[in-house]
Design a protein around this ligand. Structure first.
Ligand code: C5P
Length: 251
């Protein structure tokens, strides 16, 4: 008999969907409840967009952006019950990358095939024991196609714009609702129509319509799916509600 064992597959839960569906908070709270690692893949595209700005690389220069992506000096520093601190070239950019402008630039660089390919391995290294919750657009379709559980969150454009509006107002950032809806439409179009890894649910994803649901309700619905799998214990001592409050930030 062989003494070699197959390496155990590290479980992944993917949470995909458009911006403003509550994905960010939902997946982060889920990761904390399971005490799993968390990948905020959108942050990588945002950091790349910021690095491009910093180094005066044009958003259409695919070759230069690819090189920038390959050499991106970025660190994610885990913080208890909150989103990781993000350090680009030694500078804390956790808040800087959250602007609408950077989000828009991120969706432009994210449409470039060479950029997406360059960021693949950087995303896969987050898959560590005991498990990973991966938040993005193509987590279930491209980055972790073998994930145990795939979730796709849906919300109407109006609801998403309204959520975003409240978050930005809370942060003291002034925007108009109509500008937000307009930007959201443009970003959706770009994310859905791009040729590589367009935003769409994986064939085996469970779609959850989040209209009218609170973050807690969405997390609990996903946890119900997790329980059905029986494979993953929920071990955080904090409740979903407490974790949503601790998160405070993100989408
Ligand atoms: O999720 P977030 O708004 O931070 O993502 C910013 C942009 O990065 C998205 O609009 C999308 O174009 C891109 N993105 C992507 N694939 C991912 C995550 C984000 O293309 N997995």
């Amino acid at each position: 008999m062989s003494h070699h064992k197959e390496p155990a597959v590290i479980p992944v839960i993917t949470v995909d969907g458009a911006s403003g569906t509550g994905k960010g908070t939902v997946s982060q709270v889920l990761a904390t409840r399971l005490r799993w690692n968390f990948l905020d893949s959108g942050a990588l595209y945002r950091v790349l967009a910021l690095a491009a700005q910093k180094h005066s690389v044009a958003l259409g220069n695919e070759e230069a952006l690819k090189v920038l992506a390959e050499h991106l000096d970025v660190q994610f520093i885990a913080q208890e019950n909150k989103l990781s601190k993000i350090i680009l070239e030694g500078e804390d950019v956790t808040d800087t990358i959250r602007t609408e402008l950077i989000g828009n630039d991120a969706s432009i660089v994210a449409a470039l095939p060479a950029v997406r390919a360059a960021l693949l391995s950087r995303q896969r290294v987050f898959r560590e024991l005991p498990g990973l919750v991966a938040d993005g657009r193509d987590m279930g379709t491209v980055v972790f196609p073998d994930a145990e559980l795939k979730i796709f969150l849906i919300a109407s454009p109006e609801e998403r714009a309204l959520r975003r509006y409240h978050q930005l107002m809370e942060k003291g950032i002034n925007v108009t609702l109509s500008d937000l809806i307009q930007e959201l439409r443009e970003r959706d179009k770009r994310d859905q129509e791009r040729t590589v890894a367009p935003l769409k649910p994986a064939a085996d994803a469970i779609a959850i319509d989040t209209n009218g649901l609170t973050v807690e309700e969405v997390v609990n619905r996903i946890l119900a799916e997790v329980h059905q799998k029986k494979a993953f214990p929920v071990i955080s001592s904090l409740t979903t509600m407490e974790l949503v409050e601790a998160a405070g930030v993100a989408e």
